[in-house]
Structure formats: structure tokens, C-alpha cells
Design a protein around this ligand. Structure first.
Ligand SMILES: [Zn+2]
Ligand SMILES: [Zn+2]
Length: 212
């Protein structure tokens, strides 16, 4: 086949450009693992994958489901898993190829709420085993989302809540603090599900730009 010289050069350059672009993409996109703990419907996982990829410009892989050690459970207020133990555990089981891991469970999770001096917030009976929606350190590699307190008869509302909490905790892992904008995904839920429902399902531009 005869291709004249300029076209041939153009072809080679174009191929190089495409090659460079895909290498660049592969190197800069973070990989976030979505780790189901127990049963989460595949459709929910796929929706979460799409939303995380879109919001954090990353590639999401869905890992096979795992179970947690019973030693993480506290039975004082019903069955609740210690969220801090779960995120530590997730960091340990995280594949080397991923930068972040987000666990999702339908079990209830808790944390111990502290005051600004680092003591257990009073009354201790309330805050020692405090049920939460999710937990992720800022910055951090792992976070946990519980669907136990997100249920709604309205399925799309329920799903929206799961998406928002997941994107919120991953936001903390990316170094984001709580945002003063009540419409922003990073608004502090202040223990009320209505705060979550009132927020949009994406980051405000200020939060979005600060993770770039
Ligand atoms: Zn938060
Ligand atoms: Zn914000």
C-alpha cells in the first residue's frame, strides 16, 4: 500500500497522540474500590459506581462481597458494628492497585462521639455507641457507608440517600471538610436525614475545585 509521506507522518503523530492521551488518563485517574459487605443489590452497586466515577473523575471497581469479624460488633444498643474498626479493616484488605476503598453495608454502624477536648460527649449513654450513616477519615484511604438508617418507602429517595452518603464519605477521604453550603453534598448531616435529603447529589463548585 502506498501512502504519501505527509499523511504517513500525520498517522504516526495521531497514533502517538492517542497513545499518550490514554497513558495520561490511566496514570492520573484514581481507582476507587467499592466493597460490598454482606448483600448489596448489583443495581445499587452499578449506580454508585457511575456516580463516584462522575463526581471524582476516577475508575471504580466493584469487589466481591466480604463479611466482617464478629469482634467489631457491639450489642449494647442492638447489633452495631464499630465504624472505626471497619474502616481500619478495609484499609488492610484493600488491593494494592487501588487508591481508595468504600465499604457498603446494610448493618448498623456506630462511633463514639467526642467533645472538643477528646472526652466522650455527654450524656455518655447516648454518645458512647452513637449510630451513624457513614464514616471516613479526612484525608483517608477508606470509608464505610451503612444503609441501615437510610431506608425510605420511596425507592428513588432511598437510593439518592445512599449515593449522597457514599459521595460524602469519599469526599472526606479526598480531604474535604464539611461545607457551609447546605445544598452541597459535604454539608454536615448534623444527625438528621432531612439534611441529607435537602442537599444536592453533587459537590458545590468550591468543594469540587479544592480536590483537583
Ligand atoms: Zn461528614
Ligand atoms: Zn461544598
Amino acid at each position: 500500500m502506498l501512502i504519501n509521506k505527509p499523511i504517513q507522518v500525520f498517522f504516526i503523530m495521531l497514533t502517538m497522540a492517542i497513545f499518550n492521551f490514554s497513558c495520561h488518563e490511566a496514570n492520573t485517574r484514581n481507582i476507587i474500590a467499592l466493597q460490598p459487605i454482606g448483600y448489596t443489590p448489583q443495581t445499587t452497586l452499578n449506580i454508585l459506581k457511575n456516580n463516584i466515577e462522575k463526581q471524582y473523575q476516577s475508575t471504580v471497581i466493584i469487589l466481591p462481597s466480604i463479611t466482617l469479624p464478629d469482634s467489631f460488633i457491639n450489642y449494647k444498643k442492638g447489633k452495631r458494628y464499630a465504624a472505626s474498626s471497619v474502616i481500619r479493616h478495609l484499609k488492610e484488605v484493600m488491593p494494592d492497585t487501588v487508591q481508595y476503598i468504600a465499604g457498603i453495608t446494610n448493618e448498623d454502624i456506630y462511633t463514639t462521639k467526642q467533645d472538643k477536648w477528646g472526652n466522650i460527649k455527654k450524656p455518655e449513654s447516648t454518645y458512647k455507641i452513637w449510630g451513624i450513616l457513614g464514616l471516613g477519615y479526612k484525608p483517608g484511604k477508606s470509608c464505610i457507608i451503612s444503609t441501615a438508617r437510610l431506608y425510605s418507602d420511596n425507592e428513588s429517595k432511598y437510593l439518592e440517600r445512599i449515593i449522597k452518603i457514599t459521595l460524602h464519605e469519599i469526599g472526606h477521604n479526598h480531604g474535604l471538610d464539611h461545607c457551609h453550603d447546605k445544598k452541597c453534598l459535604m454539608t454536615d448531616a448534623v444527625e438528621r436525614i432531612s439534611t441529607v435529603d435537602n442537599a444536592e447529589n453533587h459537590l458545590c463548585s468550591k468543594c469540587y475545585n479544592s480536590i483537583k
